[in-house]
Design a protein around this ligand. Structure first.
Ligand SMILES: [Fe+2]
Length: 217
C-alpha cells in the first residue's frame, strides 16, 4: 500500500516535470511525443492533462490588454487606496447625514445624502475596475481602515459648519491623491483607461468640494 503511494507520488512528479518542459518549450507536440516515449502510464498522462487545463484556465482568466502582470498589480494597489478612501469618506458623510442639526438641518441632511450616494456609486465602480484588471478587490473594514488616508474621529460630533469644513478638506485631499494617481497611470503604467477613469472620479470630487465650499461663504 505504502509502495503504491510512493509510486503515485513519483508518477505525479514525472508529470509535473513534463509539464515544466512544456511550459519552457511551449510545444504541445514535442511534449506529447516525450510523454509517449517516457511513460505510457495513465496517472502521468492524466496529471499532465490536468496541469495543462488548469494553466489554460488561468491564462483565460487573465486580462490580455497590453499591460504586464506587474503593472496590473501596481495599478490595483493604487486603486485599492482610492477604494479605501472612498469607503471612509462615504461612512463619514453618512455619519454627518445622521447627526447634522441646527437651522440648516434639512438642507444639509439632504445634501449629505446626495453626496454619500455619489460616493456609493464611485465605490462600486472602483471595486469593479480592480476586477476588470484581473485582480481581487479588498472588501473588509480592516483592509479599508489600513489603506485609507482619510482620518476618522470616533465619538466626535462636530457642528454643521465643522462637518462641511471636514468633508471639504477630505475631498480636497482625495483630489490631490487622484491627481498623482492619474499621472502615475499615464506616465509610469501607460494605462490610459485607468487614468481616464480616475480623471472622471477626480472631477466628481471637485464638484462635491465646490458645493461644500459654497456653504462656507
Ligand atoms: Fe437617511
Amino acid at each position: 500500500m505504502r509502495l503504491c503511494t510512493i509510486d503515485c507520488g513519483l508518477l505525479i512528479q514525472t508529470a509535473d516535470l513534463l509539464f515544466f518542459i512544456f511550459i519552457r518549450l511551449k510545444s504541445v507536440d514535442f511534449t506529447i511525443n516525450l510523454l509517449k516515449c517516457v511513460t505510457p502510464n495513465s496517472v502521468v498522462r492524466l496529471t499532465f492533462a490536468v496541469n495543462i487545463l488548469s494553466r489554460q484556465n488561468i491564462e483565460i482568466m487573465k486580462p490580455h490588454i497590453g499591460l504586464s502582470e506587474k503593472d496590473l498589480l501596481g495599478i490595483t494597489k493604487l486603486l485599492s487606496v482610492v477604494l479605501a478612501d472612498s469607503v471612509t469618506l462615504y461612512t463619514k458623510t453618512r455619519k454627518f447625514h445622521w447627526n447634522v442639526s441646527g437651522e440648516s438641518f434639512m438642507e444639509l441632511h439632504k445634501l449629505f445624502e446626495h453626496q454619500y450616494k455619489k460616493l456609493e456609486e464611485a465605490i462600486d465602480e472602483v471595486a469593479e475596475r480592480i476586477n476588470k484588471l484581473g485582480n481581487d478587490t479588498i472588501g473588509t473594514m480592516r483592509e479599508f481602515s489600513d489603506l485609507s488616508t482619510i482620518k476618522e474621529h470616533p465619538g466626535q460630533y462636530p457642528s454643521s459648519k465643522e462637518m462641511i469644513h471636514e468633508l471639504l478638506a477630505d475631498h480636497e485631499s482625495v483630489i490631490v491623491s487622484l491627481r498623482k494617481f492619474v499621472d502615475d497611470c499615464t506616465d509610469h503604467y501607460k494605462d490610459a483607461g485607468t487614468a481616464d477613469f480616475l480623471t472622471g472620479l477626480m472631477q466628481s470630487h471637485e464638484t462635491i468640494a465646490w458645493t461644500l465650499r459654497r456653504y462656507l461663504k
